[in-house]
Ligand binder design. Structure first.
Ligand code: ATP
Ligand code: MG
Ligand code: MG
Length: 392
């Protein structure tokens, strides 16, 4: 995955946690990226061998993985070959070749979570249909195939109207907002046209966005992390406040909705449930990720069991850990791109383009680490991508 962001994680304490090393003979595949890297980091503490499949030779996980197989996770033959070498197969991104995963499951390969879950999640429209059939509260939604159906949706749901791509969406790439009927066509073009497979959602005038990481073990045991507030910037999760500053009742409702949503899916692992808190105190589900999530980075330092360790425990059938926070509160700040980094440092550092990545990064790290209890996670991503922006 080539999302372009760096992340820092800061909280009130950075106590290390003690893990007894043990031999686990499951070889686990996590497919690409930073989440995979963090999974590998915790796996190495427990001597769990994580083999990763990623097309990039210097992918974030490669330095810490037990083994890195360079190859495409979109390619059925490559995934099949790779799966044969694994004890358990898991993912850190839902945009994978699910037909191959289904085939592998039929051949007895142990995929966690199950391919059926990945199939539902990777198509956001199917996801909405699935959760509405399971009684989960969510914004009204409707599939659109052409301008007429989009206009009908606008009449039904009003404006602004959220238009979403069914597939391959992340960090808001796949979302566009039409503020009026006249804007529908341009918003649809931004997304690549109706043929890409689109649907619309009624605008959710949320007071806050909340997220809950829910873990489910192979024995169907479920465990919920504290509800957090997520603040997005240009559609990317920018700040996470843990726990969310909402009433006990709202936390309970958000956790309840999240737990029920996850119970309707198959397989073990951690799942992130994103939701909207409306002004009248309702919780509406936004989407579910069947994997560790950026709203759970803070758990590395702030919880008794990190989401990554929990994911490993879940998919390998080990006992789930305690998800409670070990500090009163934590905040995660996601540093997005060099522009923002430069904003932090420009006052005292003269940018030299040749040294930009290295020097800015290390100046920043040096500054952040002056804060007691702050931890930093530097992704070292090679490039930054421009984000979609909208205003209402
Ligand atoms: P992610 O990186 O979380 O996978 P994504 O590309 O799947 O992001 P969404 O989570 O669907 O995108 O939406 C991104 C953001 O857009 C949400 O966090 C929220 O701020 C806003 N948003 C999404 N749907 C709606 C809606 N129906 N009404 C209002 N705002 C919305
Ligand atoms: Mg998403
Ligand atoms: Mg989202």
């Amino acid at each position: 995955r080539t999302g372009k962001k760096q992340v820092t994680s800061c909280q009130a304490s950075n106590n290390g946690h003690e893990i007894i090393p043990r031999e686990v003979h499951g070889i686990c595949d996590t497919i690409v990226g930073v989440l995979g890297r963090m999974l590998c980091q915790v796996a190495s503490q427990m001597a769990i061998k994580v083999m990763v499949l990623d097309p990039l030779e210097n992918c974030p996980a490669s330095a810490v993985a037990y083994k890195h197989v360079v190859g495409s996770f979109d390619d059925g033959a490559t995934v099949e070959d790779f799966a044969k070498r694994c004890g358990v197969l898991t993912v850190e991104i839902e945009h994978v070749d699910v037909a191959t995963l289904e085939k592998l499951e039929q051949q007895g390969v142990d995929c966690q979570p199950k391919a059926s879950t990945i199939r539902i999640i990777q198509d956001k429209y199917l996801q909405k249909v699935h959760f509405s059939q399971h009684g989960t509260p969510l914004p009204d939604f409707m599939q659109i195939d052409d301008l007429d159906s989009a206009k009908r949706a606008g009449e039904l749901f009003g404006y602004p109207l959220m238009i979403k791509s069914r597939r391959l969406a992340y960090d808001g790439h796949g979302n566009a907002v039409a503020h009026s009927e006249e804007e529908i066509s341009s918003s649809v073009s931004v997304l690549g046209g109706y043929d890409r497979g689109l649907y619309v959602e009624k605008w959710a005038p949320f007071k806050k966005e909340l997220a809950v990481i829910v873990a489910r073990g192979r024995d169907n045991n479920i465990s919920c992390y504290p509800v957090v507030e997520t603040i997005h910037k240009d559609n990317i999760c920018h700040i996470v406040k843990a726990p969310a500053d909402v009433s006990w009742k709202i936390r309970r409702l958000a956790a309840d909705v999240a737990q029920k949503a996850v119970s309707s899916l198959e397989g073990a692992g951690v799942f992130a449930v994103e939701s909207f808190l409306t002004k009248d105190g309702q919780i509406l589900l936004n989407e579910v990720a069947p994997r560790p999530h950026n709203s759970g980075h803070h758990t590395i330092e702030s919880c008794l069991t990190s989401q990554y360790e929990q994911h490993l425990r879940a998919v390998l059938g080990l006992p789930l850990g305690d998800p409670s926070m070990k500090v009163p509160a934590a905040i995660m700040y996601n540093l997005l791109g060099e522009e923002e980094l430069a904003f932090f440092l420009l006052s005292f550092y003269r940018i030299n383009s040749g040294e930009l990545g290295f020097s800015l990064a290390h100046q920043f790290i040096g500054r952040a680490l002056n804060i007691s209890g702050a931890s930093i996670h530097w992704y070292d991503k090679p490039e930054m991508r421009k984000q979609p922006r909208w205003a209402i």
